[in-house]
Write a protein that binds this ligand. Structure first.
Ligand SMILES: [Zn+2]
Length: 270
């Protein structure tokens, strides 16, 4: 809102200064439209206070040409509540999705782009995920290619890796650390940055009650620890369509965290 008012003032000021009788439309026509559009989308950082409770919203499976509407809706609603979010992005082909890439770029000051593997492949035969089955050389190449894609959008170093399926071999974990990855966020009890709560139960295949998510985080808060809450865009779909009842539960969860005075940071803010 503030950005829009500033733009209106600038536009009015410009029109008045250059030629009183020329309208705003004239200044728009004289090539300012692009500048104004750009300024209208300047990323405004959220404002949060530290009341001793911190969550990290970790949304996995953000990817090219899938779940765009629900992903954007989640990100918009998080930022609207003055919260930040870490996105686990599957980098393969992501730069080809111009619309999603531009959308993330516009909101980047409130987002962290984390690598979520390269293509999130899974071997059903062996029951292993991408970063459990590839060798070190392959992992290094995929990491570098993935970083390049994300960094083009974020303009920042990629510091976080979220293993697909939350699974990673110990050797590859070491390799990622050597390659400059500071935060590896895997499954429950997989280290300090691992998941502490999740909004979806993949065994029961249904949303987890908010009470349980909050209970897990309250336990973390009591120990003065941050709480990593894992979610996926597809958690809030039914038959590939946004399910407003399910989505309402997500908004309630965000509001409950706000009521507790929790702030939502990203791994790279820690
Ligand atoms: Zn995933």
């Amino acid at each position: 809102m503030r950005a829009i008012s500033a733009i209106i003032i600038i536009v009015i000021g410009y029109a008045t200064l250059t030629n009183g009788k020329h309208s705003i439309i004239n200044s728009l026509e004289s090539g300012n439209l692009e500048l104004i559009k750009e300024a209208a989308h300047k990323c405004v950082p959220v404002e949060q206070e530290d009341a001793g409770k911190t969550i990290i919203l970790r949304m996995d499976d953000v990817q090219a040409f899938a779940y765009a509407d629900i992903s954007k809706m989640i990100i918009d609603d998080v930022i609207k509540r003055q919260m930040k979010i870490t996105l686990g992005v599957i980098p393969k082909n992501f730069s080809k999705d111009i619309i999603m890439s531009k959308y993330l770029e516009k909101n980047i000051c409130n987002l962290e782009l984390a690598l979520h593997g390269w293509d999130h492949s899974y071997s059903a035969e062996e029951g292993v995920y991408e970063f459990e089955m590839i060798d070190a050389q392959d992992a290094k190449a995929k990491l570098e290619a993935g970083k390049e894609i994300l960094e083009k959008i974020s303009g920042k170093n990629t510091m976080t890796f979220i293993p697909p399926g939350n699974k990673i071999s110990p050797e590859l974990k070491k390799l990622l650390e050597l390659e400059g990855i500071k935060y590896i966020s895997g499954e429950y009890e997989s280290g300090i940055y691992g998941m502490d709560a999740t909004t979806f139960d993949f065994v029961e295949y249904k949303l987890v009650e908010n009470e349980l998510v909050l209970k897990n985080c309250d336990e973390r808060f009591k120990k003065n620890m941050f709480c990593v809450v894992v979610l996926h865009p597809q958690d809030y779909l039914t038959d590939d369509k946004i399910d407003m009842e399910k989505y309402g539960q997500f908004l309630d969860l965000l509001d409950e965290f706000k009521k507790r005075g929790a702030r939502a940071l990203t791994f790279s803010d820690l």
